[in-house]
Design a protein around this ligand. Structure first.
Ligand code: FO1
Length: 315
């Protein structure tokens, strides 16, 4: 068994847990596999929201209120863009722009997204090993009552309003999981953790990469998810709305059903303690604990509790 901890993460909620984990897992032993299904080209720039949310959180640069982008951000570029009639539906802060410009430039020079992400991490003083789920582009398409929408058109452009009927991950069949993620899983890490991210659009793109579920199943490590649903609601984002629209149980039970067969344990909030027994009946161990991450301390405690839980399952 290696000292590594592999975490599958989306943006906001995932980044918070990863920040907590960075206080309890040393440096590059923390491997973060970031969803890249949200990535897109905008104004000629490659934007990778979940990678950036994780990097900004670990670098102490993230805006806690918005949940995305950098803190103390200024918006001169957006004001100028609007002033000349440019597309202003997607907000790029002045500081955030530097990330997209540097990344796009390096990608154009032929560097991989993994290399570019490593360079950005170094620039931000991030010690954890933050990785894209794949170096091959995968694009999440949200199928809605109004037709198919590219992820950011659905999420930002239409503010998650259209009713969701399903998801397509374009190019996923040809995408290879990032090699270091597979190697880390193969090393039998201390734990594989699924962060409290949206199960459909943040975690499924990672799990649906060819070979990824098999690599997780083959590792002898405990696989533990942290529920993104507390008391029937998502802390942030459209997870609960999507679950309802897809006819799923909008509760930690729905999350347990989603990951059944993959995970050994599920961390649920104290508010959902009454559902623990039913989840245990599904063959999934539970850990009941406060899961709302409102400050550094609560992130760190949830990370510790999650790792302890995983390690108990391993023995
Ligand atoms: N989310 C918004 O709701 N509105 C925005 O204008 C916006 C801009 C943006 C720019 C860079 C970035 O990295 C993220 C940004 N996000 C914005 C968040 C992003 O759409 C979502 O956080 C993720 O894709 C979902 O995890």
């Amino acid at each position: 068994m290696s000292k590594k901890v592999v975490t599958l993460s989306g943006g906001v909620g995932g980044a918070k847990l990863v920040q907590g984990l960075s206080h309890v897992v040393a440096g590059a032993d923390l491997i973060v596999a970031c969803n890249t299904g949200d990535d897109f080209d905008h104004l000629g720039l490659r934007v990778c929201p979940d990678i950036d949310s994780v990097l900004y959180a670990l670098g102490g640069l993230s805006d806690q209120e918005r949940g995305w982008g950098r803190r103390d951000e200024t918006w001169t570029f957006m004001a100028a863009l609007k002033g000349i009639g440019g597309p202003d539906w997607f907000n790029l802060g002045d500081g955030d722009l530097a990330t997209h410009v540097v990344r796009t430039d390096a990608l154009r020079q032929g560097k991989s997204l993994s290399d570019v992400t490593a360079a950005l991490a170094q620039g931000m003083g991030v010690k954890a090993n933050v990785l894209p789920m794949s170096d091959d582009p995968v694009a999440t398409i949200v199928q809605t009552e109004n037709g198919d929408l590219e992820f950011q058109q659905y999420f930002v452009g239409q503010q998650c309003k259209p009713e969701v009927t399903g998801f397509v991950f374009e190019n996923i069949a040809d995408a290879r999981p990032q090699a270091q993620i597979l190697a880390a899983l193969d090393s039998n890490p201390r734990a594989a953790i699924i962060a409290p991210s949206n199960p459909y659009v943040s975690v499924n793109p990672i799990l649906d990469l060819p070979g990824m579920r098999a690599a997780m199943a083959a590792s002898k490590s405990p696989i533990v998810a942290v529920s993104p649903i507390i008391g029937g609601q998502a802390v942030k984002g459209p997870a609960a709305k999507m679950m309802a629209e897809l006819g799923k149980d909008v509760s930690v039970l729905g999350i347990a059903q989603h990951y059944q067969g993959l995970i050994n344990g599920l961390v649920i909030d104290e508010q959902d303690a009454q559902l623990a027994q039913e989840i245990e009946g599904m063959g999934i161990a539970t850990c009941v604990t406060p899961t709302l991450m409102s400050d550094v301390q609560s992130k760190k405690i949830l990370a510790e509790v999650t790792l302890d839980f995983a390690e108990r399952l391993a023995t």
